[in-house]
Each structure stands twice: as structure tokens, then as C-alpha cells.
Design a protein around this ligand. Structure first.
Ligand code: SF4
Length: 437
């Protein structure tokens, strides 16, 4: 099968071909339900990107914190919501991030972006300046989770010169702040209706909210299952969850993926599968995932006997389900989720206590032997509070390893170097400490 436009943009074509090859490997009958599901939904996504272009749908640009659920209130036959970070994420999950993401980061820097800006934002910017993503009709952005994102938003406003609305996200999520965000969502709806001559439909939104709730409840059940000792499902699965929840909130594909991953995990436990042969060492991966090379997680389990029962990108809870019975309930529920059930925003936008409290919770719930802060290069506000996590870890009696890397660009700290760091830390610090109990 050909995809519309594949000949225009090789970066998409290669990702699509990878998906097709991997789909042959992970057939529908495979017990690897996670990979089967993720390949299907991202193949659908690429099909949708190109059919949106070829059908002349109105394209809305958004940064990844824009709640997908809200966007489903618009008629998807007429509009397509494109997240600026979709391409780097697809490259990371199914492509060759070491090649493409690095090129796009360089393209952004060549156009004037500072190398200190988070690579997520540099690569998104590079995709735009290279002209390999759909061109927008309008923009709708949120000022979260960080200054790097806000910098990307500023650049997109300046470069695209399209009508744009940016909403201001408060640092905390008390009732007044939630209502403030919900009021701004009403402004967004009015703005997009006017700019694109499309109608927003609260009945469509209601269905999207119900789907969102179903997805999040399933993800929360899966997160609960991941507490099992010994760990059963590979840790690579964790790193995919945020990518799915971010793009497919309020979309049936999000529910399908969550169900598949949950079901896979259940079956692995029933069959007695262990992620690691022999004794495992359990780590909380408290930061950005190793998306520049997902095979790294296999190495972690096979060579290092380290399991990651939970990380910052997989920890969603069902605490904030959306009340889909009223318009206000929906808008406020979406606002609450955007502030409190979204990785990075949840831990890093507001008080440092949010960051520390999730760390404590994860270490306790998932019986951590040690913590890892993978220090993503451009994530300056996470670096700013990492010292507090170190102190917190000492209080908890849990060793903590910190190192510098880049989640998307393998040139910053090559995988080999990270492997040596982790292996030495586990052998020299964590295992002797664990055995001394
Ligand atoms: S990794 Fe850090 S700097 Fe990059 S988008 Fe996330 S919060 Fe922002």
C-alpha cells in the first residue's frame, strides 16, 4: 500500500515502511499486544496526516500539552489537529531517531534556535523550517509545561504568521485556577470557530470525554498492575504510554492501546513471565524516557537485571475523571487533567513539592531499590530541583543516580556511555546497599 504523499517526505515514508515491516513481525496473533497496538495506531495517524493534507482539511497547530479531548469537539472531517512534536515522537517509536531527529535538531539550530533549548522543541521547530510537516491555518497553544515549549510557541507564531491563540496555564490547580483555564477553553472554541468557519459540538465533546475516561481508567489499572513483584511486562512499554495518551486522548485509538497493554500485562502475569531472569533490581526512572533508542530498555533488563516498574511518563491516575454531564464539567475536567494528569506539567510546572511528592509515591508504591534521574539536557527546570530529589532520596534511604543525556538526540551522551554509568552504579552501589539490609 502507498500512503498519500510518502514520496514528498522521506522522513515519513521511512517511518511508515518501518511500521509495515514491524507489523509483519508482530502479527495480530502475537502475544506482544503492546507493539501490535502501537504500530496500528501510529500507522493510522500517518494515514490521517496525509489524508488531511490531500483532502484540504483545515490544519490546527498545537504543542503537545494541548488536550486532544478538547479538539475532538470539532468535526474531524473538516479539521486536523497537528501536534508539533508528533514527528519526533513517531521517529523515536518506529523510525531512526539517531538519524532524523539529529538532522532536524541541527536544522533548527542552523535557523537560529539556541542549542540549550529542549530537543523536543528544537526538532519540532526543525520539522517546520524543513517544510516536512503539514502547514497550518491557525495555531492553538498552551504555555506549559516549560519555557522551552513557550519558546517554540513564540517561534511558531512568528514563523507561521497565522491567526493564533495561546492560553495561559497557572502553576497550581485549585478550583479558581481550573475555572480560569476552562474559561479560556471557551475563548479557544470561539476563536477556532471564527477563524476556521467550523462549529464546535458539545455532544461530540461529551463522547470524547467518555472515551478519555475509559482510557485513563484502563491506564490507571495498568499502572496498578505494574506494581507486581517480580516485574512481568518489559519496561519499554512504560515509555510509550505518554506518547499515546498525549496524541490519542479522547480518541478510540487511545482506549484500544490502553486495553491492549493492560491485557498483555495481565496475561504475562498469569503465565508467570518475568521481565528479568534471576533477581531483579527495581528502579524508578524519574524523568524523560530513552526515546533516542528504545532498545536501551532491553539492555537494561537483559544485561543489567534492572526493571523499571514505573517512570514519570507512565504514571497516570484515575483520580481526575471528567464529569461529562455538563459543559462546565467537561471543560473544567479537561483543564484539571491538563494541569494534573499530564507528565512534566504535573511534576514540573508548579511547586517543587509536586515533583518530590510523586517521587516519594513512586518509590513506595513500586518498591524501588534505587532512583534514576535521567537529566535531559534542555530540561532546565527539572535540573533546578534535582538537588531536592537527591536529598529526598537520602531521607527515603534510596540511592539515586543522576546523569546527563538527551531523550531524542543520541549524540549528547551515547548509549554506550549511559550503559557503563548504570552498570557501574548498580554493581558498585545499589546491589551492595540492597544486600546490606
Ligand atoms: S523535557 Fe523538559 S524542557 Fe523538554 S518539553 Fe518536557 S518539560 Fe519541557
Amino acid at each position: 500500500m502507498t500512503i498519500l504523499g510518502r514520496e514528498r517526505w522521506p522522513i515519513w515514508e521511512e517511518a511508515y515502511e518501518s511500521i509495515e515491516i514491524l507489523q509483519d513481525i508482530f502479527s495480530e496473533e502475537s502475544e506482544d499486544r503492546t507493539h501490535t497496538a502501537v504500530l496500528k495506531i501510529y500507522r493510522d495517524y500517518i494515514d490521517n496526516v496525509f489524508s488531511a493534507i490531500d483532502k484540504g482539511k483545515k490544519i490546527i497547530y498545537g504543542n503537545f500539552a494541548v488536550p486532544g479531548t478538547l479538539m475532538r469537539g470539532f468535526d474531524t472531517e473538516k479539521i486536523f489537529w497537528y501536534q508539533l512534536e508528533a514527528l519526533p515522537v513517531i521517529q523515536s517509536l518506529v523510525g531512526e531517531p539517531g538519524v532524523w531527529n539529529a538532522k532536524l535538531a541541527d536544522a533548527a539550530e542552523a535557523s537560529g534556535i539556541a542549542p540549550e533549548i529542549c530537543s523536543v522543541d528544537r526538532i519540532a521547530h526543525g520539522s517546520y523550517v524543513e517544510g516536512i510537516v503539514p502547514m497550518p491555518d491557525v495555531g492553538f497553544y498552551l504555555t506549559t509545561p516549560c519555557d522551552s515549549q513557550t519558546c517554540l510557541v513564540n517561534n511558531m507564531v512568528a514563523l507561521t504568521k497565522k491567526p493564533t491563540i495561546v492560553i495561559d496555564m497557572p502553576y497550581s490547580a485549585e478550583p479558581e485556577q481550573i475555572r480560569y483555564v476552562a474559561r479560556q477553553f471557551r475563548d479557544v472554541i470561539a476563536f477556532l470557530e471564527d477563524a476556521l468557519s467550523v462549529e464546535f459540538d458539545f455532544d461530540r465533546l461529551r463522547r470524547a470525554c467518555e472515551i478519555y475516561n475509559e482510557m485513563i481508567e484502563t491506564v490507571a489499572d495498568w499502572a496498578e498492575l505494574r506494581r507486581v513483584v517480580p516485574a512481568s511486562q518489559p519496561c519499554e512499554t512504560l515509555s510509550i504510554m505518554a506518547a499515546v495518551v498525549t496524541v490519542f486522548s479522547g480518541h478510540q485509538n487511545g482506549v484500544d492501546y490502553a486495553r491492549a497493554t493492560f491485557q498483555e500485562h495481565k496475561e504475562f502475569i498469569e503465565k508467570g513471565y518475568k521481565a528479568v531472569e534471576g533477581d531483579e533490581v527495581r528502579a524508578i526512572w524519574y524523568g524523560d524516557p530513552f526515546w533516542s533508542d528504545l532498545n536501551f530498555y532491553n539492555w537494561l533488563e537483559k544485561e543489567c537485571k534492572v526493571t523499571v516498574p514505573m517512570d514519570m511518563f507512565g504514571f497516570f491516575t484515575a483520580q481526575y475523571l471528567i464529569d461529562a454531564t455538563t459543559e462546565e464539567g467537561m471543560l473544567e475536567g479537561i483543564a484539571y487533567n491538563a494541569l494534573r494528569n499530564f507528565p512534566m506539567t504535573k511534576q514540573l510546572l508548579g511547586s517543587a513539592e509536586d515533583y518530590l511528592s510523586d517521587y516519594r509515591t513512586l518509590c513506595r508504591l513500586y518498591q524501588a531499590d534505587f532512583g534514576i534521574i535521567p537529566g535531559h539536557l534542555g530540561c532546565t527546570h527539572a535540573w533546578g530541583v534535582s538537588g531536592l530529589v537527591r536529598e529526598e532520596s537520602e531521607r527515603l534511604g534510596i540511592p539515586l543516580l543522576e546523569f546527563e543525556f538527551d531523550m531524542l538526540d543520541p549524540r549528547i551522551t551515547p548509549r554506550d556511555d549511559v550503559e557503563i554509568l548504570i552498570k557501574n552504579y548498580v554493581n558498585d552501589i545499589v546491589v551492595p546497599f540492597k544486600n546490606s539490609w
